[in-house]
Design a protein around this ligand. Structure first.
Ligand code: SAH
Length: 349
């Protein structure tokens, strides 16, 4: 039987590659670092603490995956240069970014923030060996997903044809961590193999070189089903199957499935909510400090912080997961909680 269209993940990969190459994503949606400088600053402070827990390696790689406009890294750099110059001096900045257009935008943002040289890579494999701290905000949600619909005892996979879904009977991917989830008739189960591959590569690297990674994204951390594919255009929801390359396509991140990909020996932390994580990192104190320094903008500064942390805004939907190896202590921000016992096997399901 011929394929009933383009497989959803192939469609999503093509649409997003065209979108990030041709459009300015930040006209269509706004991310945490674009909302408040406090986001990048708190993550910068987190990097400095983690660097200390790693034994102050010099040099070490500071890597960001999917840096968008480079705002997070620029805010983190400014803070580190000011408050943690030794850490700043030891770091080598590496960005994982496939869009040539966004690489240019990032080069400008970072040139203004720091005189430090920056290197770009298509994926994690390009990053040189050595201790590493990695940040990724809203990176995994942009990676292409497949969708499977429960039909009787079997599955149908979703394809895209002429702006609509088509379906074909299929087997669920063997060995996928979501395969044992009970899913009612007609409901959708999503998988994101590139996200699993990324976490596996990250975990394998952390077995060879000490380091830590922070993955921040909207998603869920319990067995779940449902269609989470969405498109944003001009800040408003759009039909994800129409006008490929004109809107940003994302899907919720399955934190439970990605935790499963961390190899034994890598510690998995969280996931916790973004609200809890930012509070643990000192959001309130930093916001008040900025508000005092700029009284005319105090209300704006506080409102932006609320948007990041309040449960009804981004505070609960967004989650944070950490991976680490070779750390002399707990990964900061997780209140000592980690899903595994250092075996990286995640919570019992
Ligand atoms: N982290 C940024 C931007 C998120 S948008 C922020 O918080 O504002 C997603 C980013 O991931 C963009 O920079 C996009 O170009 C990049 N990206 C998407 N798919 C990618 C892939 N497969 N490999 C590398 N980068 C990718």
């Amino acid at each position: 039987m011929s394929a009933p269209g383009e497989r959803l993940d192939h469609f999503m990969a093509r649409a997003n590659a065209a979108y990030y190459a041709g459009c300015d994503p930040f006209v269509d949606f706004i991310t945490a670092p674009e909302i408040s400088q406090v986001f990048g600053e708190l993550l910068g402070a987190w990097v400095a603490v983690v660097w200390g827990l790693l034994g102050r390696p010099d040099p070490f790689m500071l890597v960001e995956a999917g840096p968008g406009r480079g705002t997070l890294m620029a805010d983190a750099q400014r803070l580190l240069r000011r408050v943690a110059p030794a850490c700043h001096g030891a770091m080598r900045v590496h960005l994982i970014e496939t869009s040539p257009r966004l690489r240019d935008v990032q080069a400008h943002a970072l040139h203004d923030a720091t005189a430090m040289p920056v290197r770009w890579h298509d994926d994690l494999r390009g990053v040189p060996d050595g201790p590493m701290v990695l940040l990724a905000n809203e990176f995994l949600d942009a990676l292409p997903i497949r969708q499977f619909v429960r039909r009787g005892q079997g599955w149908e996979e979703r394809f895209v044809h002429d702006g609509a879904f088509t379906h074909a009977a299929c087997d669920f991917p063997a060995g996928h961590p979501a395969r044992l989830r009970p899913v009612p008739e007609g409901r959708v189960l999503e998988t994101c193999q590139p996200a699993l591959d990324f976490i596996h590569a990250l975990g394998t690297r952390l077995l060879r070189w000490p380091g830590a990674a922070l993955l921040i994204d909207y998603g869920y951390d319990a067995p779940a089903w449902g269609d989470s594919l969405q498109a944003l255009r001009d800040g408003r929801p759009a039909d994800p199957l129409l006008d490929a390359g004109r809107a940003d396509l994302t899907a919720h991140v399955d934190f439970r499935a990605i935790a499963d990909q961390a190899p034994r020996g890598v510690a998995v932390w969280g996931s916790v909510t973004q609200g809890d994580f930012l509070s643990a990192l000192g959001l309130a104190a930093r916001v008040e400090q900025l508000a005092r320094a700029a009284p005319a903008q105090a209300d704006e500064i506080r409102a932006a912080a609320m948007r990041l942390a309040a449960p009804e805004r981004m505070g609960r939907l967004f989650r944070v997961m950490g991976l680490s190896s070779g750390l002399a202590g707990d990964l900061p921000g997780f209140a000592g909680r980690h899903a595994g016992d250092g075996t990286g096997r995640g919570e019992t399901r």
